[in-house]
Design a protein around this ligand. Structure first.
Ligand SMILES: [Zn+2]
Length: 253
């Protein structure tokens, strides 16, 4: 019996070490989310626990969001709106980078908003498909009542108040992961992470459907935006903050 307990204890310790090791390898050394940071005069970072959403002034007392955070009550986003003297109805549009719950949970607090996402991501956003990543495959799909009201194709442009948003397919982290380019700021969601050294990493493996596809998609996006390189003012990542300029994307290998 004692021998059995020793073996079980040893296995449990090994499991804990693997989990902690994976956590350190995944999150260690990455910069924290800079709550409240202005992003090139286009957006403001709103830290919602371990993920960022972004609020964009679109004129006329209205705002758009890039993603909607991990909090179903959208506490941090609503507080940011209050700070601006606005209520939830001021949010006219939500640009989704992808359908993971830590990016979509707050959507229901903004019923007036049009929800834009790539058409290929709709099943994940709406809880009709689950992820395929090492970790995400174990999370069952669940319909939370969230709906994409504007499914888009790669390359589509959307006019939102005073701003124009352009969507780029960057499949890999999820099948329908999107990068959004809004007035020079490229929002990458979880498709990439910023490092403290100012470089760009691919998506975190354990949450990612297809890491090789994610890598190829980032290279393709870099090539695609290269002719417009001078217009890229910032790269905004959902878990690791913002890099100034676009150099890190164009140096990505
Ligand atoms: Zn994700």
């Amino acid at each position: 019996m004692r021998r059995f307990l020793q073996i079980v204890g040893g296995l449990l310790l090994a499991l804990v070490l693997v989990v902690v090791g994976a956590g350190v390898a995944t999150f260690g050394g990455l910069p924290p989310i800079p709550d409240g940071q202005d992003v090139a005069g286009v957006a403001r970072v709103v830290k919602d626990g371990y993920v960022a959403a972004f609020v964009l002034d679109i004129g006329d007392g209205k705002v758009a969001l890039v993603d909607a955070g991990s909090d179903p009550a959208a506490g941090a986003l609503l507080a940011e709106l209050t700070r601006r003297g606005l209520g939830p109805d001021a949010v006219t549009d939500i640009l989704l980078t992808h359908g993971h719950a830590d990016h979509t949970a707050g959507i229901k607090q903004f019923p007036a908003a049009i929800v834009h996402a790539l058409g290929t991501e709709v099943p994940l956003v709406e809880g009709r498909a689950s992820g395929h990543g090492p970790l995400t495959r174990w999370i069952p799909a669940k319909d939370q009542g969230i709906r994409v009201t504007d499914p888009l194709q790669d390359g589509a442009r959307v006019t939102i108040g005073t701003r124009t948003a352009e969507v780029f397919a960057v499949p890999g982290h999820t099948a329908g992961s999107a990068g959004w380019l809004v007035d020079g700021v490229l929002f990458l969601g979880d498709s990439a992470d910023a490092t403290k050294e100012g470089t760009l990493l691919g998506a975190k493996y354990i949450f990612t459907d297809d890491a090789a596809q994610n890598h190829a998609s980032l290279l393709a996006l870099s090539e695609r935006l290269a002719p417009r390189r001078a217009t890229v003012k910032a790269l905004a990542c959902a878990h690791t903050g913002v890099l100034e300029g676009g150099d890190a994307l164009f140096a990505f290998r």
